[in-house]
Design a protein around this ligand. Structure first.
Ligand code: URA
Length: 434
């Protein structure tokens, strides 16, 4: 078998066999297929797509590219949650502690910043000392003790996803339904999950710009789960504006803390509670979704979710006091205010522009080797529907290096649309699949 022939056939939209897909996954993970050939293959998939059979084969081979984390010794139904990627999307850090506090076991395997979107692992690692590289034994022990642990894919667990993810980020091949579905489902299936709640984002700040594509992605992942006998439910949610007010790693941890103390933005709180409720229901802690919603709300109001996140931070090497004393988190050294050029109503805040600006000043990566700056990002001061005067502050850009601040400030300015009439309110949760 020759890699170039497989690239050629995928370029021409032919279906590859499971064996051929296995050859590509193993070759790239093992280092015999170089980046340039895999980049070409990914681009061919981006344009030609994949059949359901191909996506299942790709997912299974990526899952088995490393060890399977055996959680049989961990009691309880194991439920995870994953987002397809958004801007200001920190719901995992809120929903997971709420669900764990309610009794669900949550083995959370998360991703890093990708394109203009943020990643849960990068947010957690903005907490000084926080380790996401737990060994399998540490992961298991923490799940038994606290019912919640966060890890990423590692050279041992789903290594193929790690390599593909970084390459896609640097080759403009992120926004592909089969590549997103296999990336998410392969790492999820490598930890012994029973059920999964997916948040499939749609809108200008998401990888899927159209609801029809988001639905197709949701159906593909629910289908992969079903074929593997896992209960998977997907919410399709709006990502035309950033979720909450904070965008950027440490800034988002601050907003997580406020939200778990019931002082967070209403959109973020609402979505996190619904995701937690679905996790609680799939975890069979309650008999109905309605009861699960009430339990999630109780875990928020009585501070159980907040305390759970603190326990997990301490267990994974971080200082839990960061949730009370934000000065213990990395803080930016520079700030730039963006003000409104005129009076009116905020009719839209383009999430993609805000995400790109935040990434540009260091919250994301340009190449797969780049590090990220945990302190930087954007804090919105307004949300759509709000009335502003000329000169009102729309948002603040927090940075540590002057490089590209001008360019980022321009993007952020362009993200705000101001109209003379108040816009109609948009629904946040658009559909449920599965
Ligand atoms: N999250 C992932 O884990 N992978 C993707 O491709 C997109 C979002």
């Amino acid at each position: 078998m020759r890699t170039v022939d497989l690239i050629h056939r995928k370029r021409d939209a032919e279906e590859l066999s499971a064996e051929e897909i296995g050859f590509l996954v193993d070759g790239y993970t093992g280092g015999t297929i170089p980046d340039y050939q895999m980049s070409a293959f990914l681009m061919a998939v981006y344009f030609s797509g994949m059949t359901d059979r191909e996506v299942s084969a790709l997912t299974e081979r990526m899952t088995s590219s490393g060890e399977m984390v055996d959680l049989a010794s961990v009691p309880g139904i194991k439920v995870d949650k994953h987002s397809t990627g958004g801007v200001g999307d920190k719901t995992s850090l809120i929903a997971a502690p709420l669900a764990a506090a309610a009794g669900v076991t949550v083995p959370m395997i998360s991703g890093r910043a990708l394109g203009h979107t943020g990643g849960t692992l990068d947010k957690l690692e903005s907490i000084p000392g926080f380790r996401t590289n737990l060994s399998t034994d540490e992961f298991r022990e923490q799940l038994i003790k606290l019912r919640l642990a966060f890890i990423g894919q590692t050279p041992q667990v789903a290594p193929a996803d790690g390599k593909f993810y970084a390459l896609r980020d640097a080759t403009a091949t992120v926004e592909s339904i089969p590549l997103i579905a296999s990336s998410i489902m392969s790492k999820k299936m490598a930890v012994g999950l029973d059920a999964l709640v997916l948040d499939v984002k749609v809108g200008n700040g998401a990888f899927m710009k159209k609801q029809v594509d988001a639905r197709r992605l949701a159906q593909m992942m629910v289908g992969i789960g079903r074929r593997l006998d896992k209960r998977v439910q997907a919410l399709i949610t709006d990502m035309n504006q950033p979720l909450g007010y904070a965008v950027g790693n440490a800034l988002e941890v601050m907003e997580v803390s406020q939200t778990l103390q019931n002082a967070g933005p209403s959109d973020l709180t609402r979505l996190s509670l619904e995701l937690a409720a679905r996790m609680i229901y799939l975890g069979k802690i309650t008999a109905s979704l309605e009861e699960a919603r009430e339990l999630a709300q109780t875990m928020l109001l009585d501070g159980s979710g907040y305390r759970k996140l603190k326990e997990v931070i301490a267990a994974q090497g971080g200082n839990p006091l960061v949730l009370d004393r934000f000065e213990l988190l990395p803080n930016a050294t520079g700030a730039r205010e963006i003000t409104s050029p005129r009076a009116g109503y905020i009719s839209a805040i383009d999430a993609e522009y805000i995400g790109m600006a935040s990434s540009m000043i260091g919250a994301g990566r340009d190449t797969k080797e780049d590090g990220i700056d945990p302190a930087v990002g954007v804090i919105l001061e307004v949300k759509p529907g709000q009335k502003v005067d000329a000169g009102s502050v729309l948002c603040r850009l927090y940075y540590t290096r002057d490089e590209r601040v001008e360019e980022a400030a321009q993007l952020v300015e362009d993200a705000f649309r101001i109209s003379s009439a108040a816009p109609e309110e948009r629904a946040l949760i658009l559909e449920v699949v599965g």
